[in-house]
Write a protein that binds this ligand. Structure first.
Ligand SMILES: *[C@@H]1O[C@H](CO)[C@@H](O)[C@H](O)[C@H]1NC(C)=O
Ligand SMILES: *[C@@H]1O[C@H](CO)[C@@H](O)[C@H](O)[C@H]1NC(C)=O
Ligand SMILES: *[C@@H]1O[C@H](CO)[C@@H](O)[C@H](O)[C@H]1NC(C)=O
Ligand SMILES: *[C@@H]1O[C@H](CO)[C@@H](O)[C@H](O)[C@H]1NC(C)=O
Length: 419
């Protein structure tokens, strides 16, 4: 019935070569405009939702006033369509003056005054995906410009670059130019996703040396189907992707769409739990001005966020698949021998139950664990390795557990060892 059981003991071995800018020691958290606000540039027609400094200032205000900043969300990230249609007389990028009258420097000052950080967007190639000027021929100048403005994070896209073979050179060049500015700038690379799309072999050693986070797969859309297809991709590729993740380096399955139009509350809990298990960046793309409390509470769930932000930075993986009822189990080892389990249901019927022997899930097969239900915030008791654990999982939902060993474990030389 259960397709496989994998004991995760060996951790990522890429740590030694990770990008050394001190950033993204845990998966970055914040807000990113793209999925929800796209390239809406007509501020006459839609002043409330167009891509403008006002939008980013309002989101920054909400992050601070509604508890997101206190929960760890710190980046406010601009995506495509912020630029003027041309570079200036000195070839520098500048923001559309009507939509960003303070300029990016002015916006960065505002964001920083709130104790938050500003992220910006460009592309490798001559144009962005939406046809705005991009950095292809101006990597060094643009890195300097972003640093002068006080930018804290950069997403570099790549869709108008016809020769994707050049990305293995171009992205590392940008890494050097960013480093040379002296300003720590978290680097988010879309490069592996474009190589994947073109059938070019991805060298994740090289990616991890040059990027803090990177997109592996297609853009998320506002649909459960999209969330499912992304989860499928990470399950399929987990043997490649798990070893490259670690402090300073994370695979990026794209934005959280919690609080948008498509996900039910169960599905939103599922996306949040799965992104935490995957050690994924938590970049919300939603309207924080109108989000309802039930979705806000999911995004602010301290216990789920603590799992996401665990210091060991290990990415979780799928360990069991129950074909009869569509439930799968994913586990993520956390610091001190603790681990988290997500029972994830693809069922579209009634809540289904699943029973599994503890040692099929655990980091250690000779330790008892105290198990708590993370969303329900209640203890389920102590389980010996041979004890079975039974949970009911709602359709398109999750049960997220945290298991704390009765013996003490620690991470040493990329191994989990008994203390
Ligand atoms: C630049 O790279 C060096 C060497 O890897 C590192 O020590 C330094 O912190 C980096 N600086 C910035 C600003 O990223
Ligand atoms: C913006 O929207 C207004 C009102 O719908 C329309 O009249 C105008 O042509 C649009 N501007 C652009 C640049 O598309
Ligand atoms: C970008 O523009 C330069 C200069 O016009 C040109 O040589 C180069 O081929 C262009 N690159 C792409 C990817 O279109
Ligand atoms: C991948 O990149 C690493 C680090 O730059 C390099 O040492 C290695 O040779 C590359 N592997 C392949 C197959 O090109």
């Amino acid at each position: 019935m259960w397709a496989s059981a994998v004991l995760l003991v060996l951790l990522g071995s890429f740590g030694a070569n990770a990008l050394d800018n001190g950033l993204a020691r845990t998966p970055p958290m914040g807000w990113l405009a793209w999925e929800r606000f796209r390239c809406n540039v007509n501020c006459t027609a839609d002043p409330k939702n167009c891509v403008s400094e006002k939008l980013f200032m309002e989101m920054a205000d909400r992050l601070v006033e509604d508890g997101y900043k206190d929960a760890g969300y710190e980046y406010v990230n601009i995506d495509d369509c912020w630029m003027a249609k041309q570079r200036d007389a000195n070839n520098k990028l500048y923001a559309d003056p009507e939509r960003f009258p303070s300029g990016i420097k002015g916006l960065a000052d505002y964001i920083h005054s709130k104790g938050l950080k500003l992220g910006i967007y460009t592309a490798y190639g001559n144009f962005t995906c939406q046809g705005y000027p991009a950095s292809g021929m101006h990597l060094e100048l643009d890195a300097q410009t972003f640093a002068e403005w006080g930018v804290d994070m950069l997403k570099m896209d790549g869709c108008k670059q016809m020769d994707r073979h050049t990305m293995k050179k171009g992205y590392p060049q940008m890494t050097k130019y960013l480093n040379a500015t002296g300003r720590p700038i978290l680097f988010s690379c879309s490069w592996p996703d474009y190589e994947r799309g073109a059938g070019i072999p991805i060298n994740y050693t090289l990616v991890a040396e040059n990027c803090n986070i990177w997109r592996n797969y297609v853009d998320i859309q506002d649909s459960w189907q999209s969330v499912l297809s992304i989860i499928d991709y990470y399950a399929k590729e987990q043997d490649t992707l798990v070893p490259v993740a670690g402090p300073g380096n994370f695979n990026d399955p794209d934005m959280l769409i919690i609080g948008d139009f498509s996900l039910s509350v169960e599905q939103a809990k599922a996306q949040m739990a799965m992104w935490a298990i995957l050690a994924a960046p938590l970049l919300m793309s939603n309207d924080l001005r109108t989000i309802t409390p039930e979705y806000r509470d999911i995004l602010l769930n301290k216990d789920v966020i603590a799992i996401s932000q665990d210091n060991a930075g290990i990415m979780g993986k799928r360990v069991l698949q129950h074909h009869a009822n569509g439930i799968e189990a994913w586990t993520r080892p956390l610091s001190n021998g603790v681990f988290s389990i997500v029972f994830f249901s693809r069922s579209v019927k009634e809540p289904e139950f699943v029973t599994v022997v503890m040692k099929a899930l655990a980091v250690s097969s000779d330790t008892s664990y105290e198990v708590t239900d993370v969303y329900a915030q209640k203890s389920m008791g102590v389980f010996k390795p041979t004890d079975s654990i039974t949970v009911y999982v709602n359709p398109n939902g999750v049960v997220m557990l945290k298991a704390t060993p009765q013996k003490v474990w620690k991470v040493e030389n990329n191994m989990i060892v008994l203390n």
